[in-house]
Write a protein that binds this ligand. Sequence first.
Ligand code: IPE
Ligand code: IPE
Ligand code: MG
Length: 253
Amino acid sequence: MSDFYNQINRNALPCHVAIIMDGNGRWAKANGKPRAYGHLNGVKSVRAVTEAAAELQIKYLTLYAFSTENWNRPKEEIDALMGLLVSTIEAETATLNKNNVRLTTIGDTKRLPEPVYNKLMGCIESTSANTGMTLNLALSYSSRWEITEMVRHISEDVKTGKLTSSQIDDKIISSYLTTKNIPDPDLLIRTSGEYRISNFLLWQIAYAELYFSSVMWPDFTKEHFYEIMVDYQKRQRRFGKTGEQIETGNENL
Ligand code: IPE
Ligand code: IPE
Ligand code: MG
């Protein structure tokens, strides 16, 4: 095994890793191929990273696979991505079960074409009893969509008396988001050298560690993932406190 792999402290891994998988199109272009070829090769990286995370016993892996804004891409590209989603789910469901991985999804999945939606629900159902890693796919997802839905649901519940406005706090808000059953990400990775969040988990990443990699997603390997784990473990997460408070566990310092 690699150097990075051996440096990983198994007792200090992030509980939840979220990834903005970016750069498929540019990778394809650089290889003189159509964008769909980049997406096809991106699936290999999804497989590799899912395997790496599951082996490390990371509890939650959220992958940004298709954003609300991605609906504005050319129809041909959307069709290619949807087709890839169906074929990947078909090909990988057995492996997910074998590895005890549970599939979940966040996003406005009702917007997905029916065959894609049905495949997705089938895989979620088939893997629902698995107790290992949760692989959470963000599909037709954007944070502003999610936050808008949350505000709508909270206001309905206040109107019907299920909730009073004074009860609303950060825990209540989190419980109305699509990630209600998942802890906030400890680490957010974005590939392809872009330094932006692109409408992803804006509420949930309040205290996530951010890692920006210049690697295009189809070139992203287990090794890159291990390297990021090592980098993450070198950081001190202070959550607003002082370094001394964190190091000694003494709140009065
Ligand atoms: C990420 O790669 C995959 C999706 C957004 C679906 P891109 O398709 O955004 O690739 P670039 O950013 O154009 O290179
Ligand atoms: C973000 O990538 C969405 C996904 C990775 C699914 P984009 O490539 O769509 O992001 P922008 O538009 O360049 O910010
Ligand atoms: Mg992109």
